[in-house]
Design a protein around this ligand. Structure first.
Ligand SMILES: C[S@@+](CC[C@H](N)C(=O)[O-])C[C@H]1O[C@@H](n2cnc3c(N)ncnc32)[C@H](O)[C@@H]1O
Length: 277
């Protein structure tokens, strides 16, 4: 007897920026696309969009670009479950959401240290169990500096079948796009990192130029593109459209920059552009 495949509505392990809340609108929109197309998830992140496409269209060719090596976290899910289960034992008499202090904190850090030396530590998942909501430590050293809280999950994580049927690749979206851009019946899923945010747990920092570069994958292709009103990208494109031919108001100007310090660990760059004609 064939067992029914589990369809995930959320990424199996925590992932910042996953499109969980968009699935409700993504799924019906997808029905307007071909069930046998090639879907290329250029900014795959947790793979949730790829997984959803494959669940809805089992005959589609779905390419998940795992730029962050999320699959390594999935492959080590048993070790993560064991680590969290051991922490649960250490914290069994501890008040929920309470600060973890003293000898108990030492025991928690010791258990993580052992895992760090002999096994595998998924710091993102661990962070969601022992750090304040939305805080992430990505290494043992960072974790040591944080205040720990007992927000440990009571059940284990499960990713069975999550990546089934997907072609998993890992490369810059530009290379992947180049490979598929001239092939027939291709749909691109385009969900780049947020603009100018310290992209948190992601690998890189995204500037306006990077963000604008991505728009090039949208010309003449079939796509799903995700952004937020914070980026103002749609407003910018509409403005450019109505003002063409457009010239850059800064052409011929000179740029001067100055570092401004906010406090001991935060600074930004002030920019002055000037032109005398
Ligand atoms: C907003 S997230 C995508 C979230 C994803 N749609 C999901 O539901 O989980 C953007 C992803 O793009 C990745 N990324 C950053 N630079 C990239 C690049 N040059 N090529 C491909 N992916 C990149 C980030 O590391 C991050 O995983």
């Amino acid at each position: 007897m064939e067992t029914k495949k589990k369809v995930f509505t959320t990424a199996p392990l925590p992932f910042m920026g996953q499109k969980r809340k968009f699935l409700k609108q993504f799924k019906p929109a997808l029905l307007g696309y071909s069930p046998t197309a090639t879907y290329v998830d250029l900014f795959g992140g947790s793979g949730l969009l790829s997984h959803t496409v494959k669940a809805i269209y089992p005959d589609a060719h779905v390419v998940y670009n795992d730029f962050d090596n999320y699959r390594e976290r999935l492959q080590n899910i048993d070790k993560t479950n064991q680590l969290i289960s051991d922490l649960r034992v250490i914290l069994k008499n501890y008040v929920k959401d309470g600060r973890i202090l003293g000898a108990i904190r030492d025991q928690v850090m010791e258990r993580i240290c052992t895992e760090e030396k002999t096994g595998y530590v998924d710091y993102i998942t661990l962070s969601s169990s022992i750090l304040f909501s939305m805080k992430y430590a990505l290494s043992f050293e960072q974790m040591e500096k944080e205040t720990l809280y007992n927000c440990i999950r009571q059940s284990g994580y499960d990713a069975t079948g999550y990546l089934d049927g997907l072609e998993v690749v890992s490369q810059c979206y530009k290379e992947l796009f180049a490979k598929y851009k001239d092939l027939p019946n291709v749909v691109f899923l385009v969900d780049p990192p947020y603009l100018s945010t310290d992209a948190g747990t992601y690998k890189s920092y995204w500037k306006l130029r990077d963000y604008l570069d991505v728009l090039q994958v949208l010309y003449g292709t079939k796509y799903f593109y995700f952004t937020s009103n914070k980026s103002s990208i749609i407003e910018l494109c509409e403005w450019i459209e109505t003002k063409t031919p457009m010239s850059n108001p800064f052409t011929g100007s000179t740029t001067a920059t100055m570092n401004a310090t906010v406090n001991y660990n935060a600074s930004y760059t002030d920019i002055m552009l000037y032109k005398n004609e």
